[in-house]
Design a protein around this ligand. Structure first.
Ligand code: AKG
Length: 350
């Protein structure tokens, strides 16, 4: 059964899995989420992609100009360890491993509450070498603030902002990662993804989990904001086999990287998916080849996943997707952060 699901994840860049925790555990998770919401109704401030060294409870709602206009609870699994319960399920690890190899970090974990009226999040790709899933805490239907993905765009595509004239508009092929409480929806962060509007009339809540191949990241987003005691508490709730994903080893990462790349390639690294020429170079080097590290058996090459191993890169297909207007907007973006393309933070209005 898994192999059909694996294929879906690899081919379409997303996959829904149900019943990963028991009903009893789900009830405990929902109670933990509620405790956090009651204690911190506006979530926390965060400066760095939903994590921060010192997280401070918000006293006022997020401003429309902030990176995320919804309520974020960074490092949430360390505040309420039961929220990490899905990680006790071995099937989850099989899916993660099928994308980022066997040695990975739990890189980030946060809860996100999207109030009704919140607008779309723009289409983008996240840095290379990772896989994510959301865990739904509410029943989430269409236009209800779920992550949305354009299936298949994890392969053979330029960055979204070179191809879409307005990255804040819904894409005709997008899939909203909807579902019921307790469902997990995996997605490939290198696919074009964003978030749907929430026009549902209710706040919707999800947990986020993000995993990086150890070759692609030297640390985690939670490392600076979480105490050793918190980490130990979390490990005690999970099978020993999973403990490795909490153990930082920047020296190993540095070795995996320098043994694979020249310093020029390393400089572009995880962000090469943002720059067309670097992206093409990376694709020519990786598509259709093993992602296995030649010098460190069992590890992946830095900034790769297994998604490209059995795929051919077509430079023609890649270039055909680039749109001149989108490209000009992207090139001139540094001159004006006020381009309509990036004014996505206003509230959705019916
Ligand atoms: O909020 C979401 O559903 C998507 C978040 C996301 O894409 C990101 O933070 O990179």
């Amino acid at each position: 059964m898994h192999s059909r699901e694996m294929e879906h994840l690899h081919q379409h860049g997303w996959l829904r899995v149900s019943d990963v925790v028991s009903q009893e555990t789900l009830a405990e998770m929902l109670a933990a989420a509620k405790r956090l919401e009651v204690q911190f109704p506006l979530g926390f401030t965060h400066n760095d992609n939903y994590s921060d060294r010192t997280i401070v409870p918000r006293t006022a709602p997020p401003k429309p100009t902030e990176f995320a206009t919804n309520h974020i609870y960074p490092n949430v699994g360390f505040l309420e360890p039961v929220l990490l319960a899905p990680l006790a399920n071995p099937a989850i690890h099989e899916f993660i491993e099928s994308v980022v190899g066997r040695d990975y970090y739990l890189s980030n974990t946060w809860m996100q509450c999207v109030p009704t009226g919140t607008g779309r999040m723009w289409f983008h790709k996240d840095p290379r070498g990772s896989v994510s899933f959301t865990f739904l805490l509410d029943s989430i239907g269409p236009r209800s603030g779920s992550t949305c993905v354009v299936p298949g765009t994890q392969l053979n595509t330029p960055p979204a902002d070179f191809c879409l004239n307005d990255i804040n508009q819904a894409h005709p092929d997008e899939v909203e990662l909807r579902g019921e409480p307790g469902d997990i929806v995996f997605f490939a962060p290198e696919a074009w993804h964003g978030r749907a509007v929430n026009a549902s009339g209710q706040t919707t809540r999800r947990l986020f989990f993000n995993f990086y191949s150890r070759s692609s990241k030297a640390s985690t987003s939670w490392a600076k904001g979480v105490s050793e005691e918190q980490v130990e508490k979390v490990k005690a709730t999970l099978p020993e086999k999973t403990h490795r994903m909490f153990e930082l080893d920047p020296v190993l990462t540095a070795r995996l990287q320098t043994d694979a790349f020249t310093s020029g390639e390393l400089r572009v690294g995880a962000k090469s998916h943002d720059r067309v020429l670097a992206d093409i170079t990376h694709a020519l080097r990786t598509y259709g080849k093993s992602s296995g590290h030649p010098k460190h058996p069992g590890y992946l090459l830095p900034y790769t996943t297994r998604l490209t191993e059995h795929q051919n890169f077509s430079i023609i297909q890649y270039l055909r997707q680039i749109r001149p207007v989108a490209t000009l907007k992207t090139w001139f973006r540094p001159l004006s952060k006020k381009l309509p393309q990036f004014q996505n933070r206003q509230r959705y209005k019916t």
